[in-house]
Design a protein around this ligand. Structure first.
Ligand code: FAD
Length: 404
């Protein structure tokens, strides 16, 4: 006689309820409107306002600060659904999520009390800034500096690049060199919580010295702005060193790399979301379009494409959730997060390309959603560390774990 076992479920009741709610939101509010905002490259304000009402800016922020207090696994499920709608929408929350993670893990009580309640409601949004015009992968090579002045404040100078939410954010977690002579260089880096006026290109008064040049024109990932940030004599009070001066000076690189580990799970979830959407579009179109007297879905070559896409989506989803669950359980997940990011972002690109091929000439038309996905998917191969960098992380960690 068979032993009775519980039905297989990957999600708890709360996770199922919340992902269903976000999926419905994506179906009703994001997907029908994405084309408009993508075409205009304008900020999707009404969608973002609704996300505030749904509490999506405070998913992982503890309840005592007004958030939902949910774990990374549930957050990854939400991000997957948002990205299935449009990856730019998940882009609006992702650097915000990384900022709240930095505060929750390393912030002083005063920093948490000051920022987290306003971040939980989405009243203010956060950006995260490592990259510079000459530096992306090699973070230890940053050039922007912060120097302590006689009045106790820090003076920030230098140019940052590719800052998602660079204009609309009210707070930027930015990595600066505070000891240019440090050897190795990462020991001389500090993370500053720099405040600014949202949507203002030239900041004045207490935020003077921070200007935001016009947004970078991009192939895809439109709607959410990517900007440079120019710090030129910006004054940052000592209490805005992440974790406080005593604990935080010289710790910025380690803090930011820790945040990137959760950031990679985050990007992996976005890869799963866009791949899932490509699969759905391919399943629909291949049953509608006929060639040689039958729906193209009845040609074995197309079925094989669908089979490979569905298998890859499922594998990427499972690996992403595994990495998230390990982090939630307090285990080291750098290897798994790297693997999840690598597999899911490549899966996103591959599924989008296969869906594009299945659409034939129509895939090249702006009338079809796949055209937008085709421009959006490559970003995931680059952001939070390229595929080459993920392979370097995975290889290094493997050798550390299996040293003979
Ligand atoms: C739309 C968008 C949004 C972004 N948002 C943010 C943000 O919010 N905050 C932020 O800080 N950054 C952001 N970035 C920057 C992003 O993180 C970097 O672009 C990325 O890390 C790659 O850096 P890079 O562009 O300087 O490429 P490079 O580091 O110059 O790399 C160029 C190529 O060389 C390869 N390469 C580099 N080093 C090695 C090596 N050792 N071995 C083998 N190959 C190597 C890379 O994989 C890549 O193929 C964003 C980028 C984009 C496009």
């Amino acid at each position: 006689m068979a032993v009775e076992t519980a039905a297989f479920s990957e999600q708890t009741d709360i996770q199922r309820d919340i992902t269903e709610m976000v999926r419905q939101f994506a179906d009703e509010q994001i997907i029908p409107n994405a084309e408009h905002y993508d075409h205009e490259d304008s900020f999707p304000e009404p969608i973002v306002e609704q996300m505030k009402e749904l509490g999506l800016f405070g998913v992982t922020i503890p309840e005592e600060y007004g958030g939902m207090g949910l774990d990374l696994t549930t957050y990854a499920m939400i991000v997957e659904e948002l990205s299935r709608g449009w990856i730019s929408i998940s882009g609006v929350v992702n650097t915000h999520f990384i900022g709240s993670y930095l505060l929750m893990k390393f912030g002083t009580d005063e920093q948490k009390d000051h920022f987290l309640p306003k971040m939980a409601t989405g009243e203010i949004r956060a950006a995260f800034s490592l990259s510079e015009p000459e530096v992306g992968s090699d973070v230890q090579g940053i050039k922007a500096t912060a120097k302590k002045g006689g009045d106790g404040s820090w003076e920030l100078n230098g140019q940052k690049m590719w800052v998602t939410n660079g204009l609309g954010s009210a707070v930027v977690f930015v990595l600066m060199k505070t000891d240019p002579k440090a050897d190795p260089p990462y020991k001389g880096m500090t993370c500053f919580i720099t405040e600014k006026e949202p949507w203002k290109e030239v900041n004045e008064g207490e935020y003077a010295g921070l200007t935001i040049p016009p947004k970078i024109k991009k192939m895809g990932y439109k709607g959410v702005e990517s900007t440079e940030l120019v710090y030129d004599g910006y004054r940052c009070p000592p209490e805005r060193v992440l974790g406080g001066e005593e604990a935080g000076v010289g710790q910025g690189f380690i803090q930011m790399m820790d945040a990137l580990e959760v950031g990679r799970v985050n990007v992996a979830a976005r890869g799963v979301g866009i791949a899932q959407r490509a699969l759905e579009l391919a399943l629909r179109y291949s049953q509608e379009r006929k060639t040689f007297g039958k729906p193209i879905a009845q040609h074995q070559a197309i079925q094989f494409k669908l089979a490979d896409m569905a298998t890859k989506v499922e594998a990427a989803r499972l690996l992403t959730r595994k990495a998230a669950r390990m982090k939630d359980a307090g285990e080291r997940s750098d290897l798994e997060a790297g693997m999840a990011k690598l597999l899911a972002s490549e899966t996103g690109k591959e599924c989008v390309e296969e869906c594009f091929r299945i659409h034939g000439g129509y895939g090249y038309s702006k009338e079809y959603e796949i055209e937008r996905l085709y421009r959006d998917a490559p970003l995931l191969l680059i952001g939070e560390g390229t595929s080459e960098i993920q392979r370097m992380v995975i290889g290094k960690k493997l050798l550390q774990r299996h040293k003979i």
